[in-house]
Design a protein around this ligand. Structure first.
Ligand code: FAD
Ligand code: UDP
Length: 409
């Protein structure tokens, strides 16, 4: 079924049972579940001119399928999630490989036994690998923080090398912070791997949607009970009502087109934006993407090259290596990370997780807890560093909960 698009001014809000803000995986999966399993009529408000959130892809002028909000590789260990996304598209079996550009020499990331041989030479690497195996075990993943805690002087040398040549400069560029200053869960995403496995992810299910993510989202949202309003910012159509006039007053209702909306409202945008930043803006990192097209079949040695010791961008990705598209041209994309300062002109891509920012977020979250039909969901609304599969898992769980409550009513 084709996607139903509608102009917000033509919407009769009384014809809808649920409102979903945002059409990334959080919003789209919830909308589909409520529409399909619950028979609910769902209205999606999306402020961008297209569906798909950060997964959106499209063909560029050279005819290459490119990701517009950062390279997205699907990987999960959750069979329910993989079975779910398989319903809406075919998949290309794809395993992601990343190389660090170490002063012109390429070295696998995560740093592993093969990287060790490149860094230290075969003979010394053999000795160090055996030490790593003795201390941590073979085929084990060790975070850079764990490795740096070792007392052994030779392993301390390995830790120091990885810290200096893989983590330090990349993390400074990405976060404006040193690895010590970011939450340990951030660098733990890319541990040292005592293995010959050169893949970036080891999940059981990995792949790329065969026609791209936008096509997947068109299928996901193509349901007779779903209507999508593009170019529609929830902030401009929600009329928030509060319990009293104090700064910490909690939400008592959300009016849409002059009437309180009583059905579920699933909100997947940033919470501070909804409340016009009344407690100050939540800190995020944003990205600038710079695309380059070449009259060559391939430009990079693998899908993504991380610039861990040189350059002012963090990484560069060649899309054809992700999508298996054939062409005599190729497009690559460089990512430049910046502080997020202007909600009107920039996109908040990464929440900066730490105790202070989490407490700041919780102050916003508390405003919503009084409104039982309001459900913050997703990477932005929950101020978390979630991958796509986690978002889909959470959207399915919220849908189960909303449908169970409806069945009980
Ligand atoms: P989003 O995709 O951000 O969707 C939110 C939607 O809400 C957007 O469309 C936005 O326009 C809309 N919205 C926001 N505010 C409003 C409003 N006020 N009114 C109306 N609409 C609104 N994950 C992986 O698993 N693999 C990867 O390889 C991977 N690569 C990534 C690379 C980058 C650079 C980034 C930033 C993230 C990457 N991720 C990856 C994570 C992935 O992008 C997220 O898990 C996913 O986007 C979360 O989905 P979501 O629906 O919560 O948010
Ligand atoms: N990281 C690094 N060097 C690398 C790869 C990752 O320092 O070559 C650190 C960096 O702090 C980064 C974090 O590990 O932000 C998580 O990396 P990941 O590739 O998971 O980031 P994402 O794809 O989410 O941007």
């Amino acid at each position: 079924m084709t996607l139903r698009i509608c102009d917000f001014k033509d919407v009769d809000i009384s014809a809808f049972d649920a409102v979903v803000v945002g059409s990334g995986f959080a919003g789209a999966v919830t909308a589909r579940e409520l529409a399909e399993r619950g028979g609910m009529r769902v209205l999606i408000l999306e402020k961008r001119p297209h569906i798909g959130g950060n997964m959106y892809d499209e063909y560029d002028e050279a005819g290459i399928l490119v990701h517009r909000y950062g390279p997205h590789i699907f990987h999960t260990n959750d069979q329910r999630v993989f079975n779910y996304v398989r319903r809406f598209t075919g998949w290309i079996a794809y395993q992601h490989h990343v190389l660090a550009d170490w002063y012109g020499t390429y070295m696998p990331v995560p740093f592993n036994k093969n990287s060790m041989e490149i860094a230290f030479g075969e003979e010394k690497a053999a000795h160090l690998i055996q030490k790593l195996i003795d201390v941590f075990g073979d085929e084990r993943k060790v975070t850079i923080n764990e490795l740096r805690e070792t007392d052994d002087p030779e392993l301390a040398e390995v830790a120091d090398f990885v810290y200096q040549n893989v983590f330090l400069y990349y993390t400074q560029k990405q976060w404006g912070l040193t690895p010590e200053e970011v939450d340990p869960s951030v660098t733990a995403r890319v541990p040292v791997f005592i293995s010959r496995d050169d893949r970036y992810f080891q999940d059981a299910y990995q792949g790329m949607p065969s026609l791209g993510y936008t096509a997947l989202f068109e299928e996901l949202l193509g349901h007779e009970n779903i209507t999508v309003c593009l170019d529609t910012d929830a902030a401009s159509v929600f009329d928030l009502e509060f319990q009293d006039g104090s700064e910490d007053a909690k939400l008592s209702a959300i009016k849409i087109k002059d009437a309180p909306f009583e059905g579920p409202i699933v909100y997947t945008g940033p919470l501070d934006e909804l409340f016009c930043g009344r407690f100050g803006r939540l800190p995020y990192r944003t990205l600038d993407f710079v695309y380059e097209t070449y009259d060559e079949e391939y430009k990079l040695p693998c899908a993504t090259v991380n610039c861990t010791v040189t350059e002012d961008y963090t990484r560069v990705t060649e899309f054809k290596r992700l999508t298996a598209q054939k062409s005599d041209k190729t497009t690559i994309m460089k990512e430049y990370s910046r502080a997020y300062e202007d909600p009107d002109a920039q996109i908040p891509y990464y929440a900066i997780i730490n105790d202070e920012n989490n407490a700041h977020y919780q102050r916003y979250r508390a405003l919503t807890e009084s409104l039982p039909n309001f459900h913050p969901l997703g990477r932005l609304a929950e101020y978390r560093y979630y991958n796509m599969d986690k978002i889909i898992e959470l959207a399915l769980a919220l849908s189960d909960e909303l449908l169970a409550t409806r069945a009980d009513a």
